[in-house]
Design a protein around this ligand. Structure first.
Ligand code: IMP
Length: 191
């Protein structure tokens, strides 16, 4: 089976390829010649994931999936949530977002947070959804330089390292997106 992952993020693509293993060949958007900035204008994770998958399906008629992820911080009433990518403003960097988060969390003792991922799959014209979640805490300062996004300031429960200090293999095993994509792969194997 072949699936196009509706993302330009090479970290995410590598994660998905590693999780899929030999059972499913996962391609990036360049495989279908898509270099568009795919709109994600919904105000929910599932809305954005569906919007991105639908865009690729309508334009290229290929089996595909898209994901959307949010970091939900308990003390910030679930922010940045669906706005995780643009938390510090339009066209901001990962570093800008991390800086803003750390600033908002200064002096806050409740550090609980979770990453949530929703995956929308379109397979032979049928639509499916999968979810993954990982709980943890927001660190007071960045640790590590692997990964992307909020990885340096997120420490998953049960570990004493940040996501940015873990190998890709270890992160995939427990991450929000890893869990959601693994659920999708398990489902595909039942077909
Ligand atoms: P996306 O819309 O799924 O790309 O995710 C929105 C934002 O959440 C990204 O721009 C990152 O800042 C953040 N994010 C998503 N996945 C991860 C992750 O695995 N680690 C750290 N940050 C992430």
């Amino acid at each position: 089976m072949e699936l196009v992952f509706a993302t330009h993020n090479r970290h995410k693509l590598q994660e998905a390829v590693a999780i899929a293993g030999a059972s499913c060949v996962v391609f990036g958007l360049d495989h279908v010649g898509c270099f568009d900035e795919i709109p994600e204008t919904a105000d929910t994770l599932i809305g954005n994931a569906k919007q991105k998958a639908e865009y690729v399906y309508q334009k290229y008629q290929v089996n595909c999936f898209a994901d959307d992820t949010g970091l939900e911080v308990e003390a910030l009433d679930g922010r940045p949530g669906v706005y995780s990518a643009r938390y510090a403003g339009e066209h901001c960097s990962f570093q800008d977002n991390v800086n803003k988060l750390l600033q908002e969390m200064q002096g806050v003792s409740n550090r609980k947070a979770c990453f949530k991922t929703v995956v929308a799959l379109i397979l032979n014209g049928q639509r499916y959804e999968f979810e993954g979640r990982v709980d943890g805490i927001i660190l007071p300062a960045p640790l590590g330089d692997s990964g992307f996004g909020y990885d340096p300031v997120f420490m998953p429960d049960g570990f004493n390292v940040s996501f940015a200090q873990m190998s890709d293999f270890d992160k995939n095993a427990i991450s929000h997106r890893g869990r959601a994509i693994r659920k999708m792969m398990t489902f595909l194997q039942t077909l």
